[in-house]
Design a protein around this ligand. Structure first.
Ligand SMILES: N[C@@H](CCC(=O)N[C@@H](CSC=O)C(=O)NCC(=O)O)C(=O)O
Length: 288
């Protein structure tokens, strides 16, 4: 695979550009798609701050861009938005599309160690070592001003990747993250399939465990997490209280906002996305 990047479509959006790309991924070994919103300030100008937005189970590179309503606020702040797909597609693995919470659409933003998944399911390496460098070059992203956020499985990805790759991301937030995946059915199913039966190896991909291990706050300016209290997955799958305890142990400032009446879906995300854009641009710094 030669890594050629194909612009699939481009749409004018708040004076910037909403784009969809496909490229031959070196890390995944298959074609991958991603989307990017490039604000007007970044179209011809100097390097811009960027936010990597990780979608949740069953989503694609399109979901966040068409449902979160983030472009209006990113345009205001001159912030590039980048959204990947949630897994490789078409790996040809038996059972890959058999369930919605494992396999296609459910890559959990990690590198699988277990065959047959280990050959293509390498979302962590893909994001850190391929998509981000590609975005820095292609979209003129300032490598010193990249933040990360995500929803549900993507919230897990944001929290875990931010801690596993210190210095790559300068700001962090999440919507209804899977905050303790070693202790919930979604996480246990994914980790046993992708990482195998040795649960000690799962701990390196659990945000609450990683946070509790920190000697000092990895994000001293604070992490923002929003959680709906009418979220149908809250008790069984998400467990934000465990992240809250881990942050307290690590001395990590955390703003965990619990919102009465909001469920797990994108109406919840779009209600609070402006606060997340403001959180990130405040920590990343606006272009002068
Ligand atoms: N098909 C499932 C529901 C799947 C779902 O709710 N996916 C969420 C993310 S859940 C955690 O990662 C999502 O973002 N869906 C896309 C959307 O447009 O809402 C079921 O049957 O329960």
């Amino acid at each position: 695979m030669d890594g050629a990047i194909e612009l699939l479509s481009e749409h004018r959006c708040y004076d910037g550009a909403q784009r969809y790309y496909r490229h031959a991924s070196r890390e995944i070994g298959l074609p991958m798609r991603f989307s990017a919103f490039v604000p007007a300030q970044a179209l011809g100008g100097k390097p811009a701050p960027a936010l990597l937005c990780l979608p949740g189970l069953t989503c694609t590179e399109e979901t966040f861009m068409i449902k979160a309503g983030a472009q209006r606020f990113a345009a205001r702040e001159g912030l590039v938005l980048i959204a990947p797909d949630t897994s490789p597609r078409g790996a040809g693995i038996e059972g890959e599309t058999a369930s919605w919470d494992f396999g296609a659409g459910a890559g959990f933003y990690l590198d699988a160690s277990e065959p047959p998944w280990s050959r293509h399911y390498r979302m962590e390496s893909y994001l850190i070592h391929e998509l981000l460098p590609l975005a820095i070059d292609l979209l003129r992203v300032d490598r010193e001003r990249i933040g990360i956020t995500g929803h549900s499985m993507g919230g897990h990805g944001a929290l875990v990747l931010a801690m596993r790759h210190p210095g790559v991301f300068r700001s962090l937030s999440a919507f209804a993250p899977i905050a303790a995946p070693t202790q919930c059915p979604w996480g246990r199913k994914a980790f046993s399939g992708y990482l195998g039966g040795d649960e000690t190896r799962w701990q390196d991909h659990d945000a609450s465990i990683l946070m509790a291990r920190q000697d000092a706050a990895p994000f001293p300016s604070g992490i923002l997490v929003d959680q709906g209290l009418a979220d149908q997955f809250l008790e069984e799958q998400l467990k934000p209280d465990l992240l809250e305890s881990a942050c307290a142990k690590a001395g990590q400032p955390l703003t965990l906002r619990r919102h009465a009446g909001y469920d797990h879906g994108y109406f919840f995300i779009t209600s609070f996305i402006d606060d997340h854009i403001t959180h990130h641009i405040t920590q990343l710094g606006r272009n002068a």
